[in-house]
Design a protein around this ligand. Structure first.
Ligand code: RUB
Length: 329
């Protein structure tokens, strides 16, 4: 492996994230930290500068995979901030240790978050879910360990049907599951005690960026008086939004929405496939993190505490902003 070469495992992990073999904000962060660990471990760079250049190139490759989950740049930043030392061996040791520490903290944060979220769930409660969030599942898992009966209305989450993954996992946890199509959600909102969703990013004003359909669900839940709770580890807080940057909303290929023969049979149409949307803070009742529960409007104080320094860290150039973000979509 020469200078600036990417380790095969970095290429594989990046390809898996891009193809959504690895998906969900927490899993993406974990995989990215692992990729930097492997790059550091296998690097045959001969100088500290070459080693640092290799790790930054690996981080750039990983960053290009998917734009919305802020856990990805946050994970990369965490590891690269620990890439200190005067020799290749010290750099390697510190980078590997930083990546391992990140992954352990991620695990612990999710378990702690699960305990916080489980406090909101009472015996016999019914939740409604959207997409597949391991942070949400951690809350349900802890509630079940506490002996609480929980049932769930699970939205299938077109176009990729991540709701089926949620249904499978909830069944493993002993939850009584009813799967519905997305457009049936409003009909069932009177029958649920909480809407419980995850997040790919939380902006400084408390807006929640999550799988497309979350914002409409939140508006309907508010209309029906059903609390909407977001389970999101602090790795989902987006420090760039403290300085006014917007979160980029990924748009994906139209083939996820309709296949080519069907599209051609219809005639001349456009197809759009935004993967995420923005739920304004006024529709969110609480954000559950490993540090406790917060009303969305107060999340900025936590962001300042956690990311004060990171914002000044120049390694990741500001991500591009788009016309999206900051209001209902
Ligand atoms: C996944 C998604 C999840 C969040 C949170 O979208 O929107 O709700 O990433 O997941 P995709 P977690 O399937 O497009 O990656 O709680 O596991 O981090």
């Amino acid at each position: 492996m020469g200078a600036h070469d990417l380790d095969a495992s970095v290429k594989r992990i990046a390809a898996d994230i891009a193809a959504m073999e690895t998906r969900g904000a927490a899993a993406i962060a974990d995989a990215a930290a692992d990729a930097l660990r492997q790059q550091a471990k296998h690097s045959d760079a001969e100088t500290p500068d070459a080693f640092r250049a290799e790790l930054r190139a690996a981080a750039r490759r990983l960053l290009e995979t998917r734009p919305t989950a802020v856990s990805l740049p946050n994970a990369l930043r965490y590891v690269l901030q620990r890439m200190n030392g005067d020799s290749v061996e010290t750099l390697r040791r510190n980078t590997v240790a930083g990546a391992e520490e990140f992954r352990t903290r991620l695990d612990h944060a999710q378990a702690d978050l699960g305990r916080v979220g489980a406090n909101r769930l009472r015996d016999g409660d019914r939740i409604m879910t959207h997409c597949h969030s391991t942070d949400v599942l951690a809350c349900v898992e802890t509630a079940r360990e506490q002996g609480k009966e929980v049932s769930a209305i699970v939205k299938e989450t077109r176009p990729r049907n991540q709701g089926r993954l949620t249904a499978e996992r909830l069944v493993e946890l002993g939850v009584d599951v009813t799967l519905i199509v997305d457009s049936a959600a409003r009909r069932y909102l009177n029958d649920v005690d909480h809407v419980l969703v995850g997040a790919d990013a939380i902006a400084a004003d408390g807006s929640v960026i999550n799988k497309i359909g979350t914002s409409g669900l939140a508006v309907n839940a508010r209309d029906r008086g059903t609390p909407i709770v977001v389970a999101a580890q602090t790795i989902k807080l987006d420090p760039d939004t403290m300085t006014g940057n917007l979160v980029e909303i990924e748009t994906r290929d139209e083939s996820e929405v309709i296949d080519r023969p069907d599209r051609e049979a219809i005639g001349d149409i456009s197809v759009e496939n935004p993967a995420f949307d923005v739920t304004p803070p006024r529709y969110v009742d609480a954000i559950v993190t490993e540090r406790g529960q917060f009303p969305p409007e107060s999340i900025v104080a936590l962001m300042r505490e956690l990311f004060g320094e990171a914002v000044a860290d120049p390694w990741i150039e500001s991500r591009p902003s788009t016309e999206f973000g900051g209001d209902e979509q």
